[in-house]
Design a protein around this ligand. Sequence first.
Ligand code: SF4
Length: 365
Amino acid sequence: MNAKKSRKEKSSKTKRLKHLWSLLHEFGLANIFYIMKDSVISLFKYKLIGSTVRLEASSLCQLRCQVCPLAQGKTGIVGRGYLRFSDFQNFVEQNPRIRNIELSNYGEIFLNPELKDIIMLAHSKKINLTALNGVNLNEVGDDILEALVKFRFKIIYVSIDGASKDTYRIYRSGGDFDAVLDNIKRINHYKHKYGRKFPRMVWQFVIFGHNEHELPAAKKMSKDLDMEFVVKLNWNESYSPVRDKDFVRREVGYATRDDYEQGHKRLYMPYCYQLWDSPQINWDGKLLGCCVNRRRDFGNVFDEGLESCLKSEKYTYTKKMLQGKVKPREDIPCFDCPYFQWIRSRKIIPVMGTLRRLNNVLKNS
Ligand code: SF4
């Protein structure tokens, strides 16, 4: 039994390594070298760990998801709008050390009418684009689907919380399950046509009480669509909480944040680390620091420059405040953030957090 188990583990490890190697090959070893070099420079220039920023492509969205603050009109300083191509161009020209840009946050990136130009420019400058926070993929032109493949968009998390139309619609109000699957199939068609592995496609399933029974079916569908499968716990536990915790634990290994933290020995969704390794910038240039913040900004990187905002007194103070080194201050966005008290009860070690996240990315590759 044990020999069989270890053979199985060995073969899945070999498979993972082969997969990682083929991704690295397509990603380009030179690309990896430049990312490492620019990461070292970024550490001195911006005090950033790595060479990544989060720059929201669009805070507009056509769906009305049940617990989305923007759908409820609580936009705060995020507002509604999209990243202009000219702002993106200036930003990448002024910050050539930034090699990875995460485009998704509150809205749907595909509602940005200038997205194709952004993707093409990023490709020509060897910048890796990702949508790890998630997209709904309901309405996307065929030229954009083709551009994602042709210009090597790196990874897309597609939010699909169900394995059937009726379940999907409960949370993703106004969404069209079939249209999402059709768009995934079109991306697969172009990947096949151009012989590409990118973008890596990931089925992201937020677990609710109303959809937990469809976890096994969704996993199977993701496999059929040549996608990876990840789950997220609902961030607002008052809405449709998990009903059968034992079943969910059997399916994904954990059913609550506490389960996750105890099992993995790390924080679930450590947003605060973003201040160190992938600061969030709003579509209009406001530096938000993390993807949660809708309260106060740290200046505007399009007007004042990224380096000056990241080295500002307020930003530096915030990092110390999160580590418990200085007293909470009212003008800091974290002051009245629900995560602040929670994060203070844990120990924040930014470098360790980043390394763990990197390890996670490699494990999931
Ligand atoms: S405490 Fe809140 S606002 Fe501050 S970095 Fe963490 S998640 Fe963001």
